[in-house]
Write a protein that binds this ligand. Structure first.
Ligand SMILES: Nc1ncnc2c1ncn2[C@@H]1O[C@H](COP(=O)(O)OP(=O)(O)OP(=O)(O)O)[C@@H](O)[C@H]1O
Length: 709
């Protein structure tokens, strides 16, 4: 056990440790000096600062460190499958064990001398679980002793282990951080790290081998037939060649399945990250319907893109193999010229189909948008719009979609029917002179027929691949904003590493000089030349008329928007240095009511979503205390499951005032230096307002309240 701890890295060398693991695991990190968690992070009692530091440091390397909670029942799976990962071990999790390769029996860890060392999985399991199990081991042993198993025997040991694991499987034993390239990393790096480049090359190799074997088998049988030889030895050789194709095919299916699965997971991760990183203004401008349409289209990116890509690869190989075979025939020049012309026609037909597909997708997305907008505003329509006008426009939109669909169907049928079959007729027709005049040897005519058939197979495969890729291209166009947003998703996320102690009383938290802001597309700025300083301990009220720019200023202070001119500093650092995530660790905002949402999830999640999930007992207790101070005690009593009650659209319905207090609590519970509350008290009666205000003034280190005069 001691030896194993000696293989762990001290937290003070966490930056070096992460870099070493990332390099040795082939994750190609962006190398940079990470330093070490500062004293403030090391002293954080709730451990969150260290975890944030690790996440930020990984982001600094262009990686993602996903925190995985480990329980006793799941530790074996974690050790087997999580590598490369960092395990926090030893007293207080102060030591980092770098898991380079997982396994059932043996694991490989990177030691502090940078050398990989093999260790027993059972020893690591014991190291991680023992601190939790040790106090309970005595009771388990006493229980097992009642069965009469021999003391000190291996069976008794095993029985004790099994009993502990069975009864205490759900006990949490610690956290691991699984390292992988950030979904925002350049695509080629992601593909490499997932082994996709290697696998695609292997697939192409296997397919080329299959083609070569098939051609060799047919060349051999052709040779035998034309030479009039029928001996068994050569026939067996032919059969053997054909049989070798079977393992080639099986290999291709396995590799292709693996590629589809890995690339699909990678794409989903990237799209999800992108969807969450879309700028708020864009989602609002486009509307929920269009976004939903985009999300639905992304399913096509995966299925069509991946399959289309693989099928097109096969088509290209078949096509390439047909060229030298046609060159062996009696009319090589004519055949190759015809093939080139036919391929060009194929490209024209594919582009035409592509245009029709794009038009159809656009009208369809528009229809989805229209329908979703109608559903979102359904309750208002029911109450205010005359029923005879509810379906205005629907029919016209539907007709447009159907017309575009009919055009698409026609060009697709032409592509599928004409391209491969037309080539067959043309290719064979080019052989007619040789047939009729019997001018060419039969073997060259046979080779040419083989070439024509292979090219036809290539064209059929090409049609399948091209239509899939077209669909994918159109879907990618729809998903482009998300894919682009994914690339900038973690810009500045390493600002998380900057953990400081709370700003001391009287010291500035936010300082702004010459601040200006203009919304894109608007002529006049909303804010001009604003100077502002908010210090720890300040309690500020920002009042002004409607549309005066109060919320905009709140968003700038909270780091949710960047100024178009001037400078805002938070604890002396600017936004690019801190990143959005780093900024939000220090300033929490409760946006206006219509911008804030109750997520369909337990109340506790809604309260603590800024702190990470699952929560600790202390965090739950704090959440309950804040709710009671805000006057939500009654509500907690009424809810059958208390803090665990599902709330949101499909859960327990909260009143306007209850929701506003939930939003206030959510901001307060983030434990930040400054809380910005935008019209958070507007829905409260005077007594409740007083109570909520008292809670805010007691709990917030500094507060900026936005309200109407
Ligand atoms: N996302 C946006 N895009 C374009 N213009 C916007 C956007 N949000 C606000 N505005 C405009 O900026 C101006 C200031 O808006 P802001 O919401 O900051 O004012 P406010 O003082 O908070 O108003 P209220 O008290 O009515 O909430 C308004 O004229 C508004 O139309």
């Amino acid at each position: 056990m001691l030896d194993l701890l000696a293989l762990g890295w001290p937290l003070e060398r966490a930056g070096e440790a992460l870099t070493a693991l990332a390099v040795q695991a082939g994750l190609q990190p962006s190398l940079r000096e990470l330093g070490a968690p500062g004293p403030a992070a090391l002293a954080d009692p709730d451990d969150a600062a260290i975890e944030r530091w690790l996440a930020g440091a990984a982001a600094g390397l262009g990686l993602e460190a996903e925190a995985v909670d480990t329980d006793i029942a799941g530790i074996d799976d974690l050790l087997r499958a999580a590598a490369p990962a960092v395990l926090r071990v030893g007293p207080g999790g102060r030591s980092l064990l770098l898991l380079l390769r997982g396994g059932r029996r043996d694991l490989v860890v990177v030691a502090p001398d940078l050398r990989p060392r093999r260790v027993a999985a059972a020893d690591v399991r014991r190291l991680v679980c023992e601190p939790v199990l040790a106090p309970l081991r005595g009771r388990a042993e006493a229980l097992v002793d009642r069965t009469g198993l021999k003391n000190g025997g291996a069976r008794r040991e095993r029985a004790v282990e099994l009993l502990l694991r069975e009864r205490l499987g759900v006990l949490r034993v610690g956290r691991a951080f699984v390292l992988r390239p950030s979904p925002a990393a350049p695509l080629l790096r992601l593909l490499r790290a997932e082994g996709l480049v290697r696998r695609t090359a292997a697939l192409a190799g296997l397919h080329a081998a299959e083609l070569a074997l098939t051609i060799a088998a047919w060349a051999l049988i052709g040779d035998l037939v034309f030479a009039g030889r029928t001996d068994a030895g050569w026939s067996q050789a032919w059969l053997l060649l054909l049989l070798t194709v079977v393992p080639c095919r099986m290999g291709q299916a396995a590799v292709a399945g693996d590629i589809l699965q890995r690339a699909g997971a990678l794409l989903k991760r990237r799209l999800l990250v992108g969807a969450l990183a879309l700028p708020g203004d864009l989602t609002r401008r486009e509307g929920a319907g269009l976004l939903l349409g985009r999300v639905l289209e992304t399913a096509a990116v995966e299925s069509l893109g991946l399959r289309g890509g693989l099928v097109s690869l096969v088509a290209a190989l078949e096509f390439a193999a047909a060229v030298p075979i046609l060159a062996l025939g009696p009319a090589p020049g004519l055949h190759l010229a015809l093939l080139a012309g036919w391929a060009a026609l194929g490209v024209v037909l594919v582009r035409r189909t592509g245009r029709h597909l794009a038009a159809w997708t656009d009208t369809r997305a528009e229809l989805t948008h229209h329908l979703v907008e109608a559903m979102v505003g359904h309750r208002t329509r029911l109450a205010q719009e005359p029923p005879e006008r509810w379906h205005d426009d629907d029919d016209a939109r539907l007709v447009r979609v159907l017309a575009d669909e009919a055009r698409l169907n026609r060009s697709e049928s032409l592509l599928v029917a004409l391209l491969p079959r037309g080539w067959l007729v043309l290719g064979l027709a080019a052989l007619l002179p040789a047939f009729v005049g019997s001018t060419a040897p039969a073997a060259t005519v046979a080779a040419a027929i083989g070439g024509v058939l292979l090219a036809q197979r290539g064209l059929s495969t090409f049609v399948v691949g091209a239509t899939a890729l077209l669909g994918c291209g159109v879907a990618v166009r729809q998903a482009l904003p998300m894919l682009r947003a994914a690339e900038s998703a973690d810009a500045g996320a390493h600002g998380l590493m900057l953990a400081f102690p709370p700003v001391p009383e009287g010291q500035p938290i936010v300082v702004a000089r010459g601040l200006g802001f203009r919304y894109p597309g608007r002529e006049r700025p909303v804010l001009r030349d604003v100077d502002l300083a908010i210090a720890a301990g300040d309690r500020l009220l920002l009042e002004g008329g409607s549309g005066g720019g109060k919320s905009t200023l709140g968003a700038l202070v909270a780091g949710l928007r960047e100024p178009t001119s001037g400078l805002v500093l938070l604890a002396g650092l600017d936004r690019p240095t801190l990143g959005l995530v780093g900024w939000r660790r220090r300033v929490a905002a409760a946006p206006q009511f219509h911008e804030n949402h109750v997520v369909t999830a337990p109340l506790a999640f809604n309260l603590l979503m800024g702190r990470g999930w699952p929560p600790t007992r202390a965090q739950l207790a704090e959440a309950e205390a804040v709710c009671r101070e805000l006057g939500l005690g009654d509500l907690l009593e009424r809810m059958p499951s208390g803090l665990q009650q599902m709330v949101g659209e499909t859960g327990w319905q909260l009143s306007h005032g209850e929701r506003s207090r939930l939003f206030i609590a959510r901001a307060l519970l983030q434990g930040v230096d400054l809380v910005v509350l935008d019209e958070s008290f507007a829905a409260l009666d005077p007594a409740t307002l007083q109570q909520a205000l008292r809670c805010v003034l007691n709990r917030a280190r500094a507060v900026l309240v936005i309200a109407h005069p």
